[in-house]
Write a protein that binds this ligand. Sequence first.
Ligand SMILES: [Zn+2]
Length: 346
Amino acid sequence: MKRFNVLDAAWALEVPGERLKALRRAAQPVREALLASGPVTALRCCPLVTLPYPTTYAFSGAALSPAPYVQLTGRMGVVQFNDWEGQARTLLFNPSDVERGGKTPFYANLAQRYGTFVAGRLLGQVHGTVLSHLAELGLGVQQVDYLAYDHLHLQDVRGWLGAEGIPGVFPRAQLLVDRLEWASTRELHPMQVVWYAPEGTRGVDERRVVPLEGDAWLGPGVALLRTPGHTLGHRSLAAVTDRGLFVFSGNGVATECYAPLQSTLPGLRTWAERMGCEVVPNGSTLESSLDQYASMVLEKLVAGPSSVDPLYPNVLPSGELTASLLCPGLSPTFSLDPPSQGAIRP
Ligand SMILES: [Zn+2]
């Protein structure tokens, strides 16, 4: 696994404004290095679930709407690549165990407040499961080498990796996770508790966990970039395809949150102008809001402009704003087609 020294040096700067400036400078060489390393062998994006999410968090209070909730769609990325030794590898990015994750206090409370009938309608849009998507792609569980998440909100990995009394579905897979994100789940701060699945990592064999310190450049065309903010241990997936370099992140909920001056979502553009901000963070936790802003700038510069409309960057939110009758007026102005690359090899 390689690291980007230029990003390490930027993150090491203490003053937030200097850090942001250094990250801006570092983004271009990182983007060029990733692109020059070539595309991943294969990539698919598989929709898992659409969930309600408070409007005020989604846009850090910038959107003007009476709708209390927007709908976000979570996707799993299936990435096949060669590692630096030339070994073919399969990575699942954001493989959410929707059933176990439903016990996350924020969503369990919502179900309790609105009753199971309404909450069922609000919460019940499952598009597919990790295992149904793998079966469709012709992949067996023993072929999965790595699991990784942008962050561990709502995630319960015990069913995948195994834990005391719970058999694991993936016999070989290792979890690539930011050291701090993993450690956070071991001793949650009261302000973190509502967003994490209770005991979602408890009893997992530590030998199945690979804690990451800096960026993890996994192989040609693929990296897990260190992008703290939404959580302190947040990571973004950067993947090169024939359609360009895509970045998948939980720091923003819509591509236009990375280009708010283009947004027709009520309030976003004026908020960005008034605040002098070029990104609108996903603000449920704000574990580190200055870093989240810097990470979003880094993400959009590494991703580069979309080939469909260069006014928007190639950033795909891992929980993406989805048009819904439940939140009229809050349909995305622009959505990227999730990329698809090569043929998935069993
Ligand atoms: Zn989150």
